[in-house]
Write a protein that binds this ligand. Structure first.
Ligand SMILES: Cc1cc2nc3c(=O)[nH]c(=O)nc-3n(C[C@H](O)[C@H](O)[C@H](O)COP(=O)(O)O)c2cc1C
Length: 341
């Protein structure tokens, strides 16, 4: 009997496959479907700082002018009404979604500045969220702002939210921190129970005909997992925190690798959008088959086995790997010129 159970943020989960924040949790009917497919927890799509601010501006201006004149404030949120629903509806969906399943449901808040929206962490707790995922998505473009100031701002935000809720908090962050391990520790000291590595940055593209900067969401590919494996392996045992991997988890081998790197859970969105929710069952069956074949009895047994502190040659994660990697490439000069443009 294979034991797939794991612990994430203090929540006992039946297996390490968690549905990450995304469109699947937009509809109530999908909650039981995710559970039936085998998901051990669901992270809801995010409630955005801008949505909450826009809604409160709407109320303010309605009170002040008797009109809904907040179009300017929301003009930079083009698809919000289409993809996301307002704060009240979000909380209602969280409440109903939670009641519809027996697995944990994690609420997601997405923002970067301290402000009124932060109180929504309390509302999520009251609505029944088992934990909170705080997605601090920021693009620091001001050359006057230092890395330390940015990190401090993130930690302040975590501290503020920590004070207002009792449920566990995970912070979803991007990979672009100079000292990722140090920052992960600072987040933990500020009150975060876990980190979700890593946010994918949806860099916009340029439309050459219209000369416009255009959004271009591309689903992840499995090779994106490597960056996450690398950092989970480095953080494991060095920073006291729960680790969730998000980005590039597509099949059973990706979940197994995530566990071996030291993650507590592996989250999926792109693969589920591509293959359907039932893909979770395929992933779990694949994990079990691999574990039987390789004589593993539990996920706990493999956790961190390939981490920096446990691998035979830690240079695999350091500069040595870089040199080895470059040296391993063999170039055969048989290419043909690219003629498409
Ligand atoms: C269509 C779509 C919507 C998403 N919405 C959210 C969101 O609301 N909040 C969030 O934190 N992440 C969101 N994500 C990011 C996913 O949760 C996940 O971190 C990312 O897609 C990487 O994982 P994957 O490789 O399994 O797709 C979204 C991703 C996609 C593709």
């Amino acid at each position: 009997m294979i034991d797939l159970t794991t612990n994430y943020l203090g929540l006992k989960l039946k297996n390490p496959v968690v549905v990450s924040a995304g469109p699947m949790s937009e509809k109530l009917e999908n909650f039981p479907r995710m559970e039936e497919a085998g998901a051990s927890a669901i992270v809801m799509y995010s409630l955005f700082e801008e949505q909450i601010e826009a809604e409160s501006e709407n109320i303010d201006s309605a009170l002040e002018y008797g009109t809904n004149s907040y179009a300017e404030a929301t003009s930079y949120l083009p698809d919000m009404p289409k993809y996301h629903v307002g704060p009240d509806r979000y909380l209602e969906l969280l409440r109903q979604g939670k009641a519809a399943v027996s697995i944990p449901v994690i609420g997601s808040l997405n923002g970067s500045s301290p402000g009124g929206w932060v109180r929504y962490s309390e509302y999520m707790e009251q609505a029944g969220a088992d934990a909170l995922e705080l997605n601090i998505f920021d693009v620091p473009t001001d050359p006057n702002i230092t890395a330390e100031q940015i990190e401090n701002r993130y930690c302040d935000l975590v501290r503020t939210i920590r004070k207002s809720v009792r449920i566990p908090i995970a912070v979803k962050l991007g990979p672009y921190f100079t000292s990722c391990a140090n920052f992960a520790r600072k987040l933990s000291e500020a009150g975060a129970d876990g980190i979700v590595i890593f946010n994918r940055f949806y860099q916009p593209d340029f439309d050459l005909d219209e000369l416009e900067v255009v959004p271009n969401l591309v689903l992840s590919s499995p090779h994106e997992l490597r960056l996450r494996l690398h950092w989970a392996a480095i953080l494991y045992h060095q920073v006291e925190t729960y680790i969730a991997i998000t980005g590039g988890v597509h099949d059973a081998s990706d979940v197994l690798k995530s566990m071996m790197a030291g993650a507590h859970v592996a989250m999926m969105t792109s693969a589920l959008l591509k293959y359907g929710m039932e893909h979770i069952g395929v992933v779990l069956a694949g994990m079990e088959a691999w574990m039987v074949e390789h004589e593993y009895v539990s996920v706990k047994q493999m956790r961190g086995s390939m981490s920096l502190v446990n691998v035979e040659d830690p240079r695999a994660f350091l500069r040595g790997n870089y040199l080895k990697m470059l040296g391993s490439y063999t170039w055969r000069d048989s290419g043909t010129a690219l003629t498409t443009f």
